[in-house]
Write a protein that binds this ligand. Structure first.
Ligand code: ZN
Length: 349
């Protein structure tokens, strides 16, 4: 019985020891496994960090190559077109950054830098030409030799007209005078000189008083008769060209200008406005000679055919001063300077 008891206690203590060992082993295992795992993970993390650094470095290099390519292509495009195309450059930057991101995102560690460069260089740059808006884009301008320029002088004639005629004569140029009904010997004489020296003479109303001329169709017709007979009486020319005082788009007339235009049309009279103003009557203050020259030349530069408005008035001293230089500049440009006749372009406002 005692033996049995003794054997039983040995077995029990042996089992207890065994259980203890198992427990210790389990505890050790529970401690060691996470520790080992931690160590493994630590090394793994280090490795991954290195990989990330390597990839970032690669991405930076690829970006530099991409930018260089864009700059090269932009320079080539600029040289070819003369226009720096910012739109193209922005588009290319976007596109090439996408390529870079694709390369890195796909984790292609084996993609050689040359391959990336080659891929980028293969991208064709389609130049988008940005048009610079200019006045000239609306109308194709003819060479100067094919352009016609008409110098027109309103509001004469008077003793002032002689100066203009002398300049025109000296320069060998014919012009057009739209005269009013000045009743004095000098004006008659000047009208005769205009015709005798080969210039065109046109009507600019007899009275030049807006409120009378444009008050009614009859008043207009009456004034028209007076200026036509004035010119005929003094020069023997039955003029058939007209310029409305203030132009055909004046805002002074209470009547629609189309009524008066119809009256002219019924009588076979053609009216001419202007598309270039010397600016000599645009303000009460006298325009400088330089400004008048600039207005005329710029106008001719921007138009195929130019009808230039100037004034034949004694107080427009700078117009006379500017005239020789205007003619010289026009001659240098090589345009045709002509008097208005039936072949002239009909410019209406
Ligand atoms: Zn006038």
């Amino acid at each position: 019985m005692n033996m049995a008891t003794g054997t039983g206690s040995i077995d029990r203590s042996a089992r207890v020891r065994q259980i203890k060992r198992v427990i210790i082993a389990l505890v050790l295992l529970a401690i060691c496994v996470p520790t080992v795992l931690c160590i493994i993970l630590f090394f793994k993390m280090g490795k991954m960090e290195k990989q990330i650094q390597e990839l970032s470095l690669r991405k930076e290099k690829v970006t530099v190559v991409a930018e260089n390519t864009v700059i090269k292509e932009a320079a080539a495009s600029e040289a070819a077109t003369g226009i720096v195309n910012t739109v193209t450059i922005v588009k290319n930057e976007d596109r090439q950054l996408n390529i870079v991101n694709d390369v890195v995102g796909a984790n292609v560690q084996n993609v050689a830098m040359e391959d990336v460069s080659a891929t980028i260089e293969q991208q064709q740059v389609v130049p988008v030409i940005t048009e610079v808006p200019t006045k000239d884009t609306e109308e194709v301008l003819k060479p100067y030799s094919e352009r016609r320029v008409y110098l027109t002088f309103d509001d004469g004639s008077s003793y002032n007209t002689a100066k203009i005629l002398d300049i025109l004569n000296e320069k060998g140029v014919k012009a057009t005078f739209f005269v009013v009904g000045n009743e004095n010997e000098t004006s008659y004489e000047m009208c005769r000189r205009i015709v005798a020296e080969g210039h065109s003479i046109g009507m600019h109303s007899y009275s030049h008083v807006y409120k009378n001329i444009y008050s009614s169709e009859d008043a207009f017709e009456n004034d028209l008769n007076m200026i036509q007979s004035y010119i005929y009486r003094t020069t023997g020319v039955l003029s058939d060209i007209y310029r409305f005082p203030g132009g055909s788009s004046n805002r002074v007339s209470k009547q629609p200008m189309s009524l008066f235009e119809q009256r002219l049309n019924d009588r076979g009279i053609v009216y001419y406005d202007w598309n270039v103003s010397s600016g000599d009557a645009e303000s009460r203050t006298l325009k400088s000679k330089a400004e008048i020259i600039r207005n005329c030349i710029q106008g001719v530069e921007n138009n195929n055919d130019s009808i230039i408005l100037m004034h034949d008035l004694p107080e427009k001293r700078t117009t006379m001063e500017a005239l020789p230089e205007i003619i010289d500049r026009l001659k240098e440009m090589g345009v045709q300077i002509l008097p208005i006749d039936m072949t002239a372009p009909i410019l209406h406002h």
